[in-house]
Design a binder for this molecule. Sequence first.
Ligand code: SF4
Ligand code: SF4
Length: 312
Amino acid sequence: MDLKAEVLEKIEARGVSRRDFIKYATVVTSVLGLAPSMVPKVAEAMAVKQRPTVIWLHFAECTGCSEAFIRTTYPWIDQIVLDVLNVAYHETIMAPSGHNAEKSLHDAMKKYDGKYILVCEGGIPTKNNGVYGKVGGKTMLSIAKEATKHALATICVGNCACFGGVQAAAPNPTKAMSVSKATGVKTVNIAGCPPNAVNMVATVVHFLLLGKLPALDDNGRPLFAYGYSIHEKCPRRSHYENSEFVKKFGDAGAIKGYCLAEMGCKGPNTYNNCPIVKFNDGTNWPIGAGAPCIGCSEPNFWDTQSPFYEPI
Ligand code: SF4
Ligand code: SF4
């Protein structure tokens, strides 16, 4: 594969091997649905394009999406942070805390006004003017409104920011909702609980490569990742068609890898690229490990897809 000398120089200077870098660029290219001939262009976008500045805010959530993002084994966090993104503010990984953290956010928003990509993790409590969710004395609602207003684009990571998440499940005492509903700003939704880190990186690479955010479905999710259902791409699909079902966890059907529909699988109702991309460097994914899909990338899945272990 021909990589420009400039690209090779950049990646080698960062201690990344050519082989590892091409491997990851190939994964991102395929996630974006681009032809293999585009791998050098994707590699170039990741290595030498000007990195977008990212401000990453946490609202009502468990930080599981950040954990999924920073624990990804490839690329390692330093590669994501240093090679693809310029993260100006991220509460989990930055050094300042307390008043200094508040100052960092203020400074970053001022310095990159209108130019930063805002990444939001978590839902927004809105009851009683947002009083049930505060950071540094300010409501999450007011922080989200301010930060989205000055952003170039807003990307929501995880079901909570995209659709409200577990805190928005019935009876939703704090009237938690998605960032988009709470602020009135259109967002790109990288849905999942947690989402796959590669879908986040691919969204940013799409922006670097083509200068625009990817096409979205009706729920704001990038079509390249959420354009087909789990059921459509599931390797157990032939068993579904042959009515070969697991009846009990650990039974003979489970050992043979039969379909999990009778164990509550929500794959037919769920749009995500898990069967193709998988997790942990493509090692495995929930259905591959024998667990039914719980529909974690769908709006309000805690209410609409539960009970999780009962058939649709
Ligand atoms: S395991 Fe789930 S997604 Fe796979 S074929 Fe069965 S119902 Fe469909
Ligand atoms: S298989 Fe279903 S529940 Fe599991 S991560 Fe994918 S979309 Fe979420």
